[in-house]
Design a protein around this ligand. Structure first.
Ligand code: PLP
Length: 395
């Protein structure tokens, strides 16, 4: 009976068009019907990735594409540089180690963004570096890193730049080709408004060249197979038909608004959330905040776990807590994909009520008003002309 609201940075709510597509009868993947749809999807993905280079579709969660990138680019003993700064960046290091790759790191404190001169210095110290791994939006801290600046540094070296944009793509600017990012990895369940289960990977020519040379063991995630199949708008193994059919609908929605419009809308929502936090005297965790989510430091007087539980139990508002060492210290509200400005007002209103109930000094309406002011100040075109229906699902 209760309406539920999902504000986690993955999975995110599904548009009704996507839900409808998921319920359609299955079709066979080796048919002209499916081939045509898949071809359209591949073209749409290129627009979202802002590249003319191939984008591969893998059946896995986002991490599968991260692993594919490591296994296909590098051989055991190769040298890689990983830009740290959160749980997801650490995954790059773990993956490299799993494949016997020698890893150097650029340390970044949680909540900070990468200091570019340190990357330049690290690459100078390790001229044999074959790949640099970084993260667009570090979902665990809410930080967006300067990938354009990073690419400018890496492009002057023989190394390839691989970016985890699993939560960033479709929320933060990501000009794959113009910036010169060799591999951009993404996933279905964040800003792309789909259930978990698909991963994506764009490949520059430089990256495709390396793939031919890697001596790492690989089979299902052998991107040579995927690239071969792509010549016929096909996949080497059974395509995740229903998810791809749903992706076709999600891409239509994104391209209807335009990639720039979608990113702009996320930016407005992140501004509104930050203004609301400031009005409520809540501290932000990210020094360079992403458009897709806001990480908020739990005030010392408030039990973070109780706050998250109260939001859930009383208001059916699901937000994410902190991960790893950030557990109990922060909570994260997503504003990407099918989360609309009006939805965000629900989250912020519930947050005020919950904070007040836990004894935090907040005047009801304080944060909401600040967010409303932001939404009220943007032109209708950038908040989206089409009214978005409520995203909640039935319990
Ligand atoms: C969600 C996320 C991942 C993990 O993706 P899975 O789909 O859980 O494998 C990796 N990196 C970032 C930045 C993410 O937000």
């Amino acid at each position: 009976m209760d309406k539920r609201y999902l504000f986690t940075p993955g999975p995110t709510p599904l548009p009704p068009q996507v839900q409808e597509a998921l319920s359609r009868p299955i079709i066979h993947h080796r048919t002209t019907q499916y081939r045509a749809l898949f071809k359209r999807v591949l073209e749409g993905l290129k627009q979202v990735f802002q590249t003319t280079q191939p984008v591969l579709v893998l059946t896995s969660s986002g991490t599968g594409a991260m692993e594919a990138a490591v296994a296909n680019l590098l051989s055991p003993g190769d040298q890689a540089l990983v830009v740290l700064g959160g749980k997801f960046a650490e995954r790059w290091e773990e993956l490299c180690r799993a494949y016997g790759v020698t890893v150097a790191t650029v340390e970044v404190a949680y909540g900070d963004a990468v200091d570019l001169p340190r990357v330049r210095a690290a690459l100078k110290a390790q001229p044999g570096t074959k790949a640099v791994f970084a993260t667009l939006c570090e979902t665990s801290t809410g930080v967006v890193h300067d990938i354009q600046g990073l690419a400018a540094i890496v492009n002057g070296t023989p190394a390839v730049l691989v970016v985890d944009a699993i939560s960033g793509l479709g929320a933060d600017e990501c000009q794959t080709e113009a910036w010169g990012v060799d591999i951009v990895v993404s996933g279905s369940q964040k800003a792309l408004m789909l259930p978990p289960g698909l991963a994506f990977l764009s490949l520059s020519e430089k990256a495709r060249h390396l793939i031919e040379q890697s001596k790492s063991p690989r089979y299902y995630f052998d991107l040579r197979r995927s690239l071969k199949a792509l010549e016929d708008d096909d996949t080497p193994f059974t395509s995740s038909v229903s998810l791809v059919v749903a992706l076709d609908e999600a891409l239509k929605l994104i391209l209807e608004r335009g990639v720039a419009g979608v990113i702009q809308r996320c930016q407005t929502m992140s501004q509104a959330t930050r203004q609301a936090c400031q009005a409520m005297k809540l501290e932000l965790f990210a020094k360079r905040p992403s458009n897709g989510l806001t990480a908020i430091v739990s005030p010392p007087s408030v039990d973070c776990k109780k706050l998250i539980k109260l939001l859930q139990d009383r208001h059916q508002v699901t937000v994410a807590g902190g991960q790893g060492s950030m557990a109990g210290k922060l909570f994260r509200i997503a504003h990407m994909g099918y989360i609309a400005p009006s939805d965000l007002l629900v989250a912020l209103g519930a947050l005020e009520l919950s904070l007040a109930e836990l004894g935090y000094p907040v005047t009801l309406g304080q944060g909401l008003g600040a967010a409303q002011t932001v939404f009220g100040s943007v032109k209708p075109a950038s908040t989206g002309a089409a009214p978005a229906p409520a995203h909640s699902v039935r319990a």
